[in-house]
Design a protein around this ligand. Structure first.
Ligand SMILES: C[S@@+](CC[C@H](N)C(=O)[O-])C[C@H]1O[C@@H](n2cnc3c(N)ncnc32)[C@H](O)[C@@H]1O
Length: 334
């Protein structure tokens, strides 16, 4: 069985990306976890990293973190994981990592190595994944106890897909879905485009049980996570028609779906901007597009420059992520 070692580093936020990218090139590298920033997400090994760049909670939070940390001198603590076949390779690894870090001339204030038993690794991972509570919702991993006072409780295992409930954009979409239902907007069909873990589709299906339900994601890894989310919440994944990977491209989906009353997409604004025309064609007359994943300011402005040709903003909400300055925007477009 392979042996896992962790290296704890305290580094400047702005140097995070450089360090992770360089260290992830090492053969033994097996993951990285941010500690103490609230996410506790894992970034997968290098070959998985590109696939996950747009999708997994960890990769998204990492991207976000890197984007926000340019010029930022804040310290962050990360745990880097390395997997070796034998203990003998450990000293070589330490020397290799040491010289790599030295060659980068970065400021590192902590550099503690630890050899982990598999159960420690799992325990670390669990310790750092927390549940989220907001409004009527509790969303958390299976090993946390749900808050029974919350009306909507969803178990989502942090894994390869975005949508564990800790992100403001997911939270805003969940709450907006409630409002759409409360306002008695008729939803006979919906598509959750970019479903990730499937949590938005799960909630939409609960609110609109008779609707023709669709969910899709370009990232094929989400297929497994989607099934898991539905199963863990005692819902039949077959109650939603899903498309993952190449078959999830919106222009193709349009041929299958024809029209929907509600399109949900929590996807970065740069991507949303490319979907505007297909979204317009996909929506039935009077249909609405619930979007998030948009940062307030320039990204929102740029998105609206393309969207306003076809849509009007019906409502707008914003929410900040703890410890971040920029606000995320959620919009209902009509
Ligand atoms: C920010 S996550 C949202 C996940 C989940 N819906 C939520 O709200 O928490 C965005 C997801 O959209 C997917 N995605 C990105 N561009 C897409 C596109 N053009 N079509 C379908 N899915 C896309 C990504 O793979 C990722 O899983």
């Amino acid at each position: 069985m392979s042996i896992l070692h962790s290296l704890s580093l305290e580094i400047k936020s702005k140097q995070l990306e450089l360090i992770i990218v360089r260290l992830s090139e090492l053969k033994a590298f097996s993951g990285v976890q941010e500690v103490g920033l609230g996410d506790g997400g894992l970034i997968d090994p290098p070959e998985g990293y590109e696939v996950l760049e747009f999708g997994s909670a960890a990769a998204a939070s990492f991207d976000e973190h890197c984007r926000k940390s340019q010029g930022n001198d804040d310290l962050v603590r990360v745990l880097l994981y390395f997997e070796l076949e034998t203990l003998n390779e450990f000293s070589e690894l330490k020397a290799e990592v040491g010289s790599l870090l030295a060659s980068m001339k970065v400021d590192i204030s902590l550099g503690l190595w630890e050899t982990l038993k598999p159960e420690d690794y799992l325990e670390n991972y669990k310790q750092n994944s927390s549940a989220s509570e907001f409004g009527d919702f509790w969303v958390g991993p299976p090993w946390k106890e749900a808050n029974l006072r919350k009306k909507y409780r969803y178990v989502v295992e942090p894994g390869m897909a975005f949508g564990t409930g800790d992100h403001p954009t997911t939270q805003m979409c969940l709450e907006r879905l409630n409002e759409i239902a409360e306002n008695e907007f008729v939803v006979n069909s919906f598509l959750d485009l970019g479903t990730g873990s499937g949590v938005l589709a799960l909630h939409a299906k609960r609110l609109f049980p008779t609707a023709l339900a669709w969910a899709s994601d370009l990232d094929p890894h989400c297929a497994e996570e989607f099934k898991k989310t539905f199963a863990m919440n005692q819902q039949d994944p077959a109650s939603v028609t899903v498309r993952f990977g190449n078959t999830a491209v919106l222009s193709r989906l349009r041929d299958e779906l024809k029209q929907v009353d509600l399109l949900i997409s929590n996807i970065y604004s740069e991507v949303l901007a490319t979907l505007v025309e297909d979204a317009r064609k996909l929506l039935s007359p009077g249909g609405i597009w619930l979007i998030s994943g948009v940062l307030a300011g320039k990204p929102e402005q740029e998105l609206m420059d393309s969207a306003s040709k076809h849509f009007q903003v019906q409502e707008r909400w914003t929410q900040q992520k703890l410890g971040e300055e920029d606000s995320w925007v959620c919009l209902i477009l009509k």
